[in-house]
Design a protein around this ligand. Structure first.
Ligand SMILES: C[S@@+](CC[C@H](N)C(=O)[O-])C[C@H]1O[C@@H](n2cnc3c(N)ncnc32)[C@H](O)[C@@H]1O
Length: 280
């Protein structure tokens, strides 16, 4: 792993992806502009000497540090994930719901607004403190996705958003969702789309002055999820792959090359959302 954020290399990578995806159909002006921009990046000192250090943190350390700023910036994954979750919840009658790996309570609040009695679990006390301040109507518990502090067959709905990609394997958590769900209970799992994880890499946050950090996410394939759902008896209701719709990560290097960045990401699924049903 590099110990520096390689801004110059990242910018050339985005330019390259924009070229790769448009080499056949793109117009000449667009392609010429990309080549000129790459030349400028090579010839100038852009990105050189501004490399902040980059640390990989485990989930406990990373989210403890990220909790206070986690909600402060627009996020292009949330921009496409939230409308889908909202539309799925609109069709589900109120009951008892678990927000598994709830973070700062983004969906906990949504579940409460849809009339559910909500228990939210996360491994990070710091993220839970943010969530509890925002959504006092819910109950909060520290716990792990692979060993949920929730009794068997006790909830009607499990929602797990943008968290399974932190795990080395999705099977154990999906087994836990099955354990805590009542018969015919509903499961909604959202995550960064594996294509996006493979292309865009890790979500990075400001850790300390001059130091960036990330908590690793992994590109679990659709087949990994489907196999785990089937193994634990879930049946398929729906799957959604909303496409990138901006904005560019604010304050990031992509804002310096916006045409390349938009062309690089256009039409690529940013999130994946599965809606499944537990056995009756
Ligand atoms: C990207 S955040 C998403 C938070 C929230 N679900 C949302 O979508 O806004 C990932 C969350 O997963 C939690 N997390 C990561 N690994 C976990 C694990 N093994 N057990 C419980 N929570 C975990 C982190 O603490 C963090 O709050």
């Amino acid at each position: 792993m590099p110990d520096e954020a390689r801004v110059r290399e990242l910018m050339m990578g985005i330019e390259g992806l924009a070229l790769l995806r448009n080499a056949i159909d793109g117009d000449e002006e667009f392609l010429t502009a990309r080549v000129a921009e790459i030349r400028k990046i090579i010839d100038s000192t852009v990105g050189v000497g501004e490399s902040e250090t980059l640390a990989e943190l485990d989930a406990a350390t990373g989210y403890a540090a990220w909790a206070s700023t986690y909600d402060s910036k627009p996020n292009f994954i949330l921009a496409v994930e939230e409308p889908v979750v909202e539309s799925l919840l609109a069709r589900i009658p109120p009951g008892s719901a678990l927000d598994a790996a709830c973070g700062t309570g983004r969906h906990t609040g949504r579940l409460v607004r849809h009339g559910h009695q909500v228990i939210s679990v996360d491994q990070s006390p710091e993220m839970l403190a943010q969530a509890a301040a925002k959504v006092p109507q819910a109950q909060f518990r520290v716990g792990n996705l692979t060993q949920l502090p929730i009794p068997d067959t006790s909830v009607d709905l499990v929602l797990c958003a943008l968290a399974l990609s932190h795990l080395p394997d999705v099977g154990e958590a999906i087994a836990e969702f099955r354990r805590v769900l009542r018969p015919a209970g509903r499961l909604i799992v959202t995550d960064v789309h594996p294509i996006m994880v493979l292309l865009a890499g890790q979500p990075i946050f400001a850790y300390k002055p001059g130091e960036l950090a990330f908590v690793r996410i992994r590109p679990h394939q659709v087949s990994d999820h489907l196999t785990a759902f089937a193994t634990h008896g879930f049946s398929f209701i729906s799957c959604h792959e909303p496409l990138y719709a901006g904005p560019l990560p604010p304050g990031g290097y992509e804002e310096r090359i916006p045409d390349a960045a938009r062309a690089a990401w256009a039409g690529i699924p940013s999130a994946i959302i599965y809606e499944m049903q537990a056995p009756a």
